[in-house]
Design a protein around this ligand. Sequence first.
Ligand code: NAD
Length: 342
Amino acid sequence: MMIGVAVVGAGHWGPHLIRNFNDHLSSHTLWVVDQAETRRKAIDERFPSVSVTANVDDALNDDRVDAVVIATPTSTHSGLVKQALEANKHVLVEKPITNSLDDAAELCRLAEASERVLMVGHVFLFNPAIRAAKDYIDKGELGELKYLSMTRTNLGPVRTDVNAAWDLASHDISIANYWLGDTPDSVSASGGSWLNPGVHDVVFTTLRYPDDIMVNIEASWLNPRKRRLISVIGAERMLTVDDMDLNEPLRLYDKGVVGAASEVTDTFAGFRSQIREGEVLIPHVTTGEPLRAECDAFLARIRGEEGTLSNGRAGADVVAVLEAMDRSIANDGAQQEVEKVK
Ligand SMILES: NC(=O)c1ccc[n+]([C@@H]2O[C@H](COP(=O)([O-])OP(=O)(O)OC[C@H]3O[C@@H](n4cnc5c(N)ncnc54)[C@H](O)[C@@H]3O)[C@@H](O)[C@H]2O)c1
């Protein structure tokens, strides 16, 4: 069955979705909706078979459209998802699902009641290195987990409707929730805003997960270096995922510190003996566009295949953390509980 898709929002990210659904063997992009005439013109030139419009109702009223894919700014997600679900369409919405937890929970209920697929574009959950790391973690290869350190920086793109946490740390929160199979109990966060009043350009956060696991995230669009680096520290081994390293993104370190912390070592040799320096394994990770895998999963779910990865609930879990981060930033970094999504 060919699944008819409408993509709403054709800015920086939308064209990747338009291309993926248009090139797919089991879907085609029928409509692209964008408010900006320049974007409609660009899409018309690049994808001549696709109809373009400024009015979302043109796509929602078309019976050939089974699914709506939303890639507009975050502040517009909630209203557009609701409209699409009410028009009985399946929905894939870009991350974060909404800018409010109440709205996210309402959309989940609406999708469940109308038996429509609601998926969120947490694309890193479809990234082969992130998936391979999950296997190592689940198999206990790292031993008991201690902490995760996550860095996501770049110069731009600067948003005005959400801060750097909602835009960037949303990826890391989705990864941490996926790897740890849980949501954090509490967070503390600090942010700095310089470019636009009240919109934080950098956010530093510490999340506390069950089992005493700590997760630290640095998210910034005001940094000269593009970095996407995650370290996972276990009692037995450690691993890193560097999304900037296209060939060898994943490394597994057979390293650790042995010996009781109270042992006094006053020689360099004594200090070295406590460090266990084993092999570094660079597992082969299959290449492939993560966004393609995300689109495949969305189409498979529309065809009735089971799957909960990155569903509406997982998206709402991320928003619960982001809301707690905002509360913490507003309270000088004071620890805030994370609401559990019902
Ligand atoms: N998964 C990822 O890795 C990833 C990467 C980039 C962006 N995103 C997400 O994609 C979304 C869009 O980001 P972007 O960088 O493409 O933004 P953008 O500002 O470049 O593009 C947004 C487009 O939406 C259009 N638009 C705005 N409101 C609209 C409405 N109500 N109806 C129709 N069109 C409307 C704008 O004209 C613009 O062309 C955001 O939610 C962002 O978080 C995800």
